[in-house]
Design a protein around this ligand. Structure first.
Ligand code: DX5
Ligand code: ZN
Length: 214
């Protein structure tokens, strides 16, 4: 089954509780955390995760676009994150392993993320210790960008790695996913689709979430 993780980056931050209630037919709530260093934008952080935690039953899928996430992963887990993903480009391999171990020690699911220019093979050192791999289909930092179809061979390659080495691992894509581009993501092996603008700009959000399942 294809899962949908709407990104609240496209929600109205003055009405976050209302906008999270609007996506209750989805599978996860995608929370984009940006520090202004790893990406050229600043979004939301630990207090917001804590505030939204009691407003929904859905798991919080927290995408950390921050330098050296090992410094903060435990605080995100304590704030209520259920899945925490860290970019492989955001620290040394050793420190990414340490971040994943800290997330697991908190009883939460851990994942790694790759930016568009990062090859599929960059996930291999982490493949056996993650519950999710996230492939960016835009440069991280902003919602509403154009889908990069040239990331599809990477999605297919990582799907092969997962099937061979860690078949329960989820494969998520993020950026520019809409009712058209969702199809090629699913065809290449993604099973979790993040969508920000495609969900929040829809007139009928539950219908759009159903449409994105392919
Ligand atoms: C980009 C974020 C995405 C973004 C997706 O850095 O990681 O989650 O919100 O937004 P759309 O679906 O509008 O491309
Ligand atoms: Zn994201």
């Amino acid at each position: 089954m294809i899962k949908i993780s709407p990104s609240i980056l496209s929600a109205d931050f003055a009405n976050l509780g209302r906008d999270i209630a609007r996506i209750e037919s989805a599978d996860y709530v995608h929370v984009d955390v940006m520090d202004g260093l790893f990406v050229p934008n600043i979004s939301i952080g630990i207090p917001v995760v804590k505030s939204i935690r009691p407003t929904t039953q859905l798991p919080l899928d927290v995408h950390l676009m921050i330098e050296k996430p090992v410094r903060y992963v435990e605080q995100f887990c304590d704030a209520g994150a259920d899945i925490v993903t860290c970019h492989v480009e955001s620290d040394t391999e050793e420190n990414i392993h340490a971040a994943l171990a800290k997330i697991h020690a908190k009883g939460k699911k851990a994942g790694v993320v790759v930016k568009p220019k990062t090859p599929a093979s960059a996930v291999l050192p982490f493949l056996n210790e993650v519950e999710m791999i996230l492939v960016m289909t835009v440069e991280p930092g902003f919602g509403g960008q154009k889908f990069m179809a040239d990331m599809m061979p990477k999605v297919a390659q990582i799907r092969q790695y997962i099937d061979a080495m860690n078949p329960t691992c989820e494969l998520e894509v993020d950026g520019g996913v809409d009712p058209v581009t969702c199809k090629v993501c699913i065809a290449n092996g993604a099973n979790v689709l993040v969508a920000g603008s495609a969900v929040y700009k829809a007139e009928n959000i539950p219908a759009r979430i159903a449409e994105l399942r392919g």
